[in-house]
Design a protein around this ligand. Sequence first.
Ligand SMILES: Cc1cc2nc3c(=O)[nH]c(=O)nc-3n(C[C@H](O)[C@H](O)[C@H](O)COP(=O)(O)OP(=O)(O)OC[C@H]3O[C@@H](n4cnc5c(N)ncnc54)[C@H](O)[C@@H]3O)c2cc1C
Length: 477
Amino acid sequence: MDQDVVEQIGTIVGENNYSTRIADRYTYGFDSSIHHVTPDIVVQPRSAEQVSNLVKLANRLKIPIVPRGAGTGLCGGAVPLKGGMVIDLTRMNAIKEVRVEDLYCVCEAGVVYDSLQKALAPFKFTFPPTPGSAEACTVGGMVATNASGMRAIKYGGTRDYVLGLEVVLPTGEIINVGTRTLKNASGYQLERLFVGSEGTLGIITQVTLRIVPKPKKMAMIVAGFDTLEKAGKCVSALIAKPLLPSAVELMDSTCIRAVNKAINAGLPDVAALCMIEVDGDPKVVADELAEVVKVAESIGAVGLQQSDDAGQMARWTNSRKSVMSALSRYGAGLVSVSLADDMAVPISKIPEAVVEFSRIADRYGVIVGTYGHAADGNLHTKMLLNPESPESWRNGEKAVRDIFDTCIRLGGTVTGEHGVGISKAPYFQKERATALGAMAAIKKALDPNNIMNPGKMQEWEGCIIQHLRYPCADQKN
Ligand SMILES: Cc1cc2nc3c(=O)[nH]c(=O)nc-3n(C[C@H](O)[C@H](O)[C@H](O)COP(=O)(O)OP(=O)(O)OC[C@H]3O[C@@H](n4cnc5c(N)ncnc54)[C@H](O)[C@@H]3O)c2cc1C
């Protein structure tokens, strides 16, 4: 990047708020995906006006921009594919208003999910999506990826809580979309347009979120099964009962073994298990627990454990949250990669999907751990690959293709919550084939110079085994 441009950026954000040092640029080339590309500059603005001035400059000079929250995204959304400027929003981290009487809060895009939860806790309120990355991910990143988590079955995902946004468009114009009211009737729902846009349409600088009271009581049941299929059947049987648990987490034997080995979680040694959480008024929780037990036993659950003790429930939840890191320590020379990591199928199709995933793993000789927020049909698979072996990557890629094809055939989607980025782009294009033209038209109208996160989602060309962060001999860069 020209020194003159660097100086203009410095004038906009001030000293200590940008860097062209190679160590900083290299670090900002990663998110939590398998991909890496080094940007030309990293900038940390402190206000929407600074963001606006940066974007105006970039638009004039056609410099690619990638907005970034905490970089916890799992599919390369924040990786600066075309170099250029990474705009890190984490210094815009003020919680500006908490208005429990109006059921909303307003915060800057860089506020971390857990910090917002801490601010809401004294009021006994919550912003429910609960992503597994809660300690780090930002509210802006959550909106940009429509993040959700284990409680989406009952409480929905981020999009269900976005009332309004402040956005810097690719021209640098600052706009406000949506409202602070729980209802707003007509007009294009532009706030929804930016939900899931993954930094391709503008930079979200401020978010107005609906908040809800925290449930009075929670309890959990852990139910083991002798097949993965039965665990899947338990999920759809609970929903069809009808019951509305606040979460049902599914784990297969690979994931159970991994967390037992890595953190001594003490989970039962079974083929699969469901962790079922119910919440609400104490009387309702007691009734629902009894019903959950009946349903689980009717499917053949073994070794049922039940608790409403906060410590025990936290240990169970933590063991589920540890799956991703535990799988990384599963076998010598293998790493757990985020490839087909986040599909969703109609809930009744879960048993068929999980059985097919096991067959696909066997077909290509790949170890696949299957887990997920199964109550809403959202399944994660993590593949264990040898990162230095081209053959391992090729087998992984074939398994990914077959897993995504299975999900599309079952009426599902390639991404339930993590987004598209690079890692899912070709399969997303297959799934949404009829919508790609409309997406491209919207992108062109808002971003005629294509400066915002270029080359991702509908624009991606090629296969997913590219721009790898690992030293692999024949990667296709
Ligand atoms: C251990 C772990 C567990 C996870 N669990 C979950 C889970 O349960 N549920 C879930 O949904 N996800 C989960 N994720 C994925 C990830 O945490 C979410 O996608 C999260 O919303 C990303 O937030 P971030 O601030 O890190 O965004 P980043 O990774 O920095 O960015 C993600 C995308 O959003 C864009 N973006 C970021 N900020 C802005 C902004 N202000 N304006 C415009 N675009 C922006 C980026 O360009 C990029 O395309 C998990 C990740 C990890 C590592």
